[in-house]
Design a protein around this ligand. Structure first.
Ligand code: DGJ
Length: 705
């Protein structure tokens, strides 16, 4: 809901439990008023009417108070906007004149103009009904005419988020590396700046574009938590600044540096990605649930359709893709109840190893002499959907595509072409590259009944641009290509992969159906990765596979199928082991786990998440809840894992959340009602897990009677 007061110069946006207020001074300065619990318009007006603070020399009266700090004037904070004319005229600072406001039920748009640079800037705010996530972004347009110099947007962030003053601030974020992505880090914020981001041209394994801030006292289910997340899949930056007076401001947007994001010719415009913010008074758990609900409602396509259980052949075959072996894997996968069979890397061109074939998206004639259709038909005949792996943005120098178009890759003519994994990156900013990829992929999707595409991206961008960030047109091109493919093939689902979790963000998630969380499929290592990514993204989008044990990455750890399945059930379940080597007993047991997963899937993928115990040593657990009343769960699923038990240690019961304490819950065993437990006992004493020993795990499925 958007309300306007103060003679049209105060705006209040309210969500389910929170409000956000801002005002315009008579000097056209746009000041932040409030972000936190719900306010009435009269409260926002009272805040705006307070006499201004006194400022002394060396103190800025705007720093930490503005909605969108620009470079220049009495400001010393990190600016969200820095612009200069390509010919250097007009300097770099900006001064704004207010042009006007537009509002509807959910959206506020405020437009300004810098008369010297002839740059129009619009700040957008959108608070959707039923949510507390406020979406913010900015657009810039070169309003000059023919003959005016181009404008270099050195930086144009999506938004600046200002938190109320507190004695302390603590920063949570997700960091990691390949095969250990999305690990939660939580530390005291100190005066100065903390910067996270990616200079790699993709979101990267190092950080996910999300931060949370609290006053150091919030817990899983209590306390005020602020969060910000960026919807962008190229290079990016979020800078969290703690200013002299304790005010904390977070600015974020596309591009990592301030040296040139995009160049606008007269008439051209740039729209920054959404940088969303969320306030909750209910702790980190409520923050995650609010992020999840918003993504399921407004970001992820068709999010209320549960994702199928898939089989992926990568860990079983690597590049040795062979038709009869794939058939055998498919038969075995079908026998265990798998719903989607995916052939990974190695089915196309000369791709029998990592050094060749990327770029040539036609089936390898030795491996698939009649194309993919016979295998796809066979997979469909087994009752499964059929999927394939592609990595369209890449090319091996040893490929027909590269031999024909060596200039299509990101490169500088006078420099070496940097290779990783023997591959170069096609420049998707170029229309002819996008056209080629569109034709290849469209043709591929028409050549066989393909239901699913795993879209991989296995290296970072390395060649810097001249004036602008090359990842910006690349990612815009990628988004356009994905949108076009989705529109032309609406029945095809897409997975975003980047060597595991190198491209997970709200931008890619608005045009893909799920993401490959990590190349690390070890079930114990996965728990903290899942704990981290679940801070922001729902289980509905985070794929997890059960693979062989030991597997290639973790040669020294052996775990039971039970442990591996229960670990992977905390996401979109998949199987990725070499099924040809699984015994009849293992296949039968796996089938029972798949069956159980299908029963709990609505709660896991679409329910509300409560983290009962963090994945540190010992016992950890999560709970998923279904039901219209958030305080009286209709259906509950608990997944619990025991890493290792100490001698004579008795494990604590798990106190369940969101239960109807006046009701009874029956344990569904094999889908059938069994033991009956009292809601109050489960909530106040807790659920006994029965776990013991090392690497044990369990699933408890409860339904309210
Ligand atoms: C990296 C992915 O994360 C893996 O799952 C697999 O698809 C390989 N690429 C294939 O090259």
């Amino acid at each position: 809901m958007v309300e306007v007061g103060g003679n049209g110069r105060i705006w209040l946006l309210s969500g389910e439990h929170s409000s956000y207020a801002l005002r315009l001074t008579r000097h056209d300065e746009l000041l932040h008023l409030h972000w936190g619990p719900r306010l009435a318009l009269a409260d926002a007006e009272a805040l705006a009417a307070e006499p201004p603070q006194r400022f002394r020399s060396f103190e800025s009266r705007l720093d930490g108070r503005e909605e969108y700090p620009v470079e220049g004037g009495p400001r010393f904070v990190r600016p969200a906007l820095s612009v200069r004319a390509a010919d250097g005229g007009g300097g770099r600072g900006s001064e704004w004149e207010f042009r006007g406001a537009e509002t509807d039920d959910e959206v506020l748009r405020l437009t300004f103009r810098d008369p010297v640079h002839r740059l129009g800037v619009t700040l957008h705010y959108r608070m959707r009904a039923g949510s507390d996530v406020l979406e913010r972004w900015a657009t810039a347009v070169h309003e000059g005419g023919p003959g005016d110099p181009a404008l270099d947007l050195l930086r144009l962030d999506s938004a600046a988020w200002t938190l109320p003053r507190a004695d302390r601030r603590r920063l949570s974020h997700l960091h990691g590396r390949w095969a250990a992505e999305s690990l939660l880090a939580r530390a005291e914020l100190t005066p100065g700046e903390t910067v996270i981001g990616s200079r790699r041209g993709h979101t990267s394994h190092r950080h996910l574009p999300w931060v949370a801030l609290d006053d150091g006292t919030a817990g899983e289910e209590h306390g005020e938590v602020y969060g910000c997340a960026l919807a962008w899949s190229g290079s990016w930056r979020i800078a969290v600044q703690q200013l002299d007076d304790g005010v904390v401001q977070a600015v974020g947007g596309a591009g990592h540096d301030d040296s040139g994001l995009v160049r606008l010719a007269p008439g051209e415009s740039y729209t920054a990605p959404v940088f969303a913010g969320l306030y909750t008074g209910g702790g980190f758990g409520a923050a995650s649930r609010a992020w999840h609900a918003w993504q399921l409602a407004h970001v992820v396509p068709d999010a209320h359709t549960p994702r199928p259980v898939l089989y992926n052949s990568w860990e079983a075959t690597k590049f040795d893709v062979e038709l009869d072996h794939q058939r055998e894997l498919a038969r075995r996968a079908a026998s265990m109840g798998v719903e989607l069979f995916v052939v990974d890397d190695g089915w196309f061109g000369a791709r029998t190893h990592a050094k060749a074939g990327l770029g040539d998206w036609t089936p390898n004639p030795d491996r698939f002499p009649e194309g993919l259709k016979p295998l796809a038909d066979e997979v469909h005949g087994l009752g499964m959907h059929f999927g394939i792996w592609v990595e369209p943005e890449m090319v091996n120098p040893d490929s027909d595509l590269y031999r024909a178009h060596p200039d299509w890759v990101h490169h500088r003519p006078d420099r070496r072409r940097t290779e990783f994994r023997h591959q170069l990156v096609l420049d998707l900013g170029r229309p002819e590259v996008r056209t080629y990829l569109w034709e290849q992929l469209d043709e591929l999707l028409r050549s066989a009944p393909i239901d699913y595409v795993k879209w991989d991206f296995n290296r970072s961008l390395t060649e810097p641009g001249a004036h602008t960030d090359p990842s910006l047109p690349h990612v815009q091109g990628l988004y356009g290509l994905l949108d076009r493919l989705r529109a032309a093939h609406p029945h095809v689902a897409f997975e975003s992969c980047s060597g595991g979790g190198g491209r997970i963000d709200l931008g890619i998630l608005s045009r893909t159906d799920q993401v490959w969380t990590s190349d690390n499929t070890d079930p114990l290592d996965r728990l903290p990765i899942q704990h981290g990514i679940g801070q922001i993204h729902p289980a509905r989008v985070t794929a997890a596979w059960v693979t062989d044990s030991p597997n290639e990455q973790m040669q020294d750890r052996v775990s039971s199928l039970r442990y591996r399945f229960v670990s992977a059930m905390a996401g979109v379940l998949g199987v990725g082991g070499d099924l040809a080597r699984w015994s009849g007993e293992e296949l039968a047991e796996a089938g029972r786990w798949v069956e159980l997963y299908k029963r709990i899937r609505p709660a896991v993928q679409l329910g509300r998440l409560y983290r009962l115990r963090e994945p540190q040593e010992g016992l950890s657990a999560v709970q998923y809840v279904l039901g219209d009343d958030p305080e009286r769960a209709d259906e509950v699923v608990v997944l619990a894992w025991l890493q290792a038990q100490r001698y004579n240690e008795s494990l604590p019961p798990l106190r369940l959340a969101a239960l109807d304490t006046a009701a009874e819950y029956e344990v569904l065993a094999g889908g059938e009602p069994g033991e009956v437990l009292r809601g109050a006992v489960l909530a106040h004493r807790g659920l006994r897990t029965g776990l013991h020993g090392d690497l044990d795990a369990t699933v408890v499925h409860l339904r309210r009677r």
